[in-house]
Design a protein around this ligand. Sequence first.
Ligand SMILES: NC(=O)c1ccc[n+]([C@@H]2O[C@H](COP(=O)([O-])OP(=O)(O)OC[C@H]3O[C@@H](n4cnc5c(N)ncnc54)[C@H](O)[C@@H]3O)[C@@H](O)[C@H]2O)c1
Length: 381
Amino acid sequence: MNQRRPARKRTKPVAIDVFVPADAKSYPVVVGRGVIGRLGDELRRRHGAPERVALVSDSNVFPLHGEAVAEQLKEQGLRVVPIVVDAGEQAKQVPVLLDVIDQLLRAGFGRRDAVIALGGGVVGDLAGLAAALFMRGIPVVQCPTSLLAQVDASVGGKVAVDLAAGKNLLGAFHFPLAVFVDPEFLATLDDRQLASGLAEMLKHGALFSPEHFRQLVDAADAFFNRDYDAIAPLIAASVSLKAACVNRDPFEQSDAGKGRVLLNFGHTVGHAIESASNYALAHGEAVALGMRAAARVARAKNMAGPELEATIVAALERLRLPTDVDAWLSGERGAAVERALAHDKKRGGGQVSFVVLAALGEPSVISLNPRELLALVRGAG
Ligand SMILES: NC(=O)c1ccc[n+]([C@@H]2O[C@H](COP(=O)([O-])OP(=O)(O)OC[C@H]3O[C@@H](n4cnc5c(N)ncnc54)[C@H](O)[C@@H]3O)[C@@H](O)[C@H]2O)c1
């Protein structure tokens, strides 16, 4: 990989087991510097001897890291077929998905082969769905390179592309064979995207671990300075929190409040703002605003005091994330957010399942209609 710091003493990689219910087995998420060097062995151990691997990446990540990763895979005895898609959410579309599958076919891929996703959440979702569909499913190994994908998108087995009617509407559960998280990929990720991933980490802390929440705030400089040995354990901790939630409810079927639905904390208003911004805001930036909105709803409903919002705002500021949710609540922007909320796919019978916190680490789910929701956020401002 390019632009690396000189090697210094490395902390040992951390391995986390995530359960796959359908097969009653688990897959490892290995977090640490240089972990890609173990990929070939892990693949052979779990999948026999693949002849080829498709290294699916995007037009930003492949020029930065593709050659080095391909070289490492070749050294591990794998034949590598690179497949590069355009960077950005527009790659999560059916024609691109079919093109990836076509390239697998033309390269002569079969069921013994595997797909490696090297990139952010877009590549992970696209390559994962291609692997799920190709010949009824071949293995995918996730090598996430954005912080958001490292702590969130690569873990849990959800893969999807977008349809005109909305994001992630065509997808599957396809659990990865393994996930390799190397924090050194973050060297080339810009600070805005880094902060976007920090928003999801903060979400894991807010939902499940006040300690993790505070550690992230304290480690803000370590993240922006790319102090890999300091941030690797925090990435592992965040993955563990998500993995524990996913393990409780692998297929998102639990009753409201018990399972994966909690991971929507900050996402209801966040998605609406993201779409009203026409995706000018990064996903984590919109989630940051959504978490502040959720704290206001909790206060308006007398479920939490004002200190929750203050704590969340202070943390977001420290992690270089936006906090001005009011800018999205009135005028044309407010109307656009309201329209987007009304389209929320999780809406059932005009109601939205909304995740609130009574305090850090104390989540629950309430049911609201979109109009009432925005009125609560505005009223508590
Ligand atoms: N499957 C899930 O459970 C899940 C969960 C959360 C998000 N997602 C999906 O993930 C996507 C968002 O993920 P994302 O924020 O990683 O977006 P992304 O994949 O578009 O990556 C963000 C940008 O960073 C670039 N990039 C990635 N790694 C880099 C690196 N190391 N150096 C330089 N540039 C790099 C990418 O090329 C892109 O331009 C969305 O499509 C979302 O729906 C999926």
